[in-house]
Write a protein that binds this ligand. Structure first.
Ligand SMILES: [Ca+2]
Length: 376
């Protein structure tokens, strides 16, 4: 869960106040995780340690937490470079409900069938929804984040932009370590401190995480996703999930009386949403995110794609045209790193390279003419 107040999409998931629409991007730069000496950070940490002790954190927990921790300039770069970047719903869904993400979700549903059924029975949240959140937050555990959380949060808290928020997250981290749920060395996450298979921030962890394996530890950091998945279901249940009701669906295909009908992109599908749609938004306050989770859950369950088309984009190309453009560029030797129909940096670079090689102005922009030049 991305810090909903600060981020909205990382999956883009990313973030700050509005950052929502995050579909995890594959092109996000790696965050440098080697600490550097910073006297200002040292002084800030000394003050924080006193404040932690005053809140009942033991000296030994504080010492263990900060052993090897340091100022991470890469985290500040990430924080400064966040752009609020709005993807179209069509692009968002192309990434969030890619064939690969659907196929892997189906595999995970089978691989963890027993655990997921128990979680569903206990919390009343459909297992496909839990799996879909897992798929969007960390690609089913493959991208949980490897940034040391104490270093990241102390760097952000010291930096001061949203310092109070990050200090509260750091204080929650101390409480997690004092409880013994995990060891400091295991406590890694995103550059902003979101942790585990479903990317809980520390305060949400303290409020909602559960021990479902029964070993006495709420361990969302282990390779075993059980506690993470159960914690996600618990979070949704506590947020008001209505057992047995759908999240929503394409208008006309879902029965019952929706609370609203959305059409975020015109032309495009009209989406009937129920109360559970709002509950998913408690995880990440973005319509695109909640539609992505809901639709991915339906596709994992074997449901159909949306029937309504988004039509051509402002360049005159449909999603299928854009995929074809990417395939043709790639076979011509200008690798777009996949053909998902989403025009990102890789595709823009490939177009520019093709244009330069062919004596054309290197605009990097897709177009109908370009598709024709490539034989499409
Ligand atoms: Ca456990």
């Amino acid at each position: 869960m991305i810090d909903r107040r600060l981020f909205s999409l990382g999956l883009g998931s990313g973030l700050l106040v509005a950052c929502t629409d995050s579909v995890p991007s594959s092109s996000a730069p790696a965050t440098r995780t080697q600490p550097v000496r910073n006297a200002g950070w040292d002084a800030w940490v000394a003050g924080f340690k006193s404040r932690a002790a005053a809140q009942g954190i033991s000296q030994s927990t504080i010492n263990r937490a900060f052993q090897g921790a340091g100022y991470l300039p890469g985290v500040i770069e990430r924080d400064r470079n966040q752009v609020e970047f709005k993807r179209s719903l069509e692009d968002y869904l192309a990434i969030a409900t890619s064939d690969e993400r659907i196929a892997t979700g189906k595999q995970m549903l089978v691989r963890h069938a027993g655990t997921l059924s128990q979680i569903e029975a206990q919390y009343g949240v459909d297992k496909e929804v839990v799996v879909a959140i897992w798929g969007l937050e960390s690609r089913y555990g493959a991208r949980r984040g490897d940034v040391p959380v104490v270093s990241a949060l102390s760097t952000l808290a010291y930096d001061g932009r949203r310092g109070q928020f990050f200090e509260s997250q750091l204080m929650a981290t101390m409480k997690i370590l004092q409880n013994g749920d995990t060891a400091p060395a295991n406590m890694t996450g995103s550059w902003a401190g979101a942790m585990g298979h479903t990317q809980f921030i520390p305060t949400s962890y303290l409020a909602y995480a559960v021990d479902f394996t029964g070993d006495g530890r709420r361990d969302i950091w282990s390779d075993d996703p059980t506690d993470s998945l159960a914690s996600t279901a618990a979070y949704l249940a506590r947020s008001g999930w209505v057992r047995g009701q759908p999240w929503g669906g394409e208008a006309g295909t879902v029965s019952g009386t929706p609370v609203a009908v959305l059409q975020p992109q015109v032309p495009g599908p009209r989406i009937a949403v129920f109360r559970n749609f709002q509950v998913i938004k408690r995880y990440n306050n973005s319509d695109s995110y909640a539609i992505g989770v809901g639709h991915l859950s339906d596709r994992i369950a074997g449901g159909a794609p949306f029937q309504a088309s988004f039509g051509p984009d402002e360049t005159g190309l449909t999603l299928e045209n854009r995929k074809e453009l990417q395939r043709r560029l790639t076979s011509a030797g200008y690798d777009t790193q996949g053909a998902d129909g989403v025009i990102g940096n890789n595709t823009t670079s490939a177009i520019s390279a093709y244009q330069r090689a062919n004596g054309l102005p290197a605009t990097g922009e897709p177009s109908v003419a370009l598709l024709r030049q490539l034989g499409g």
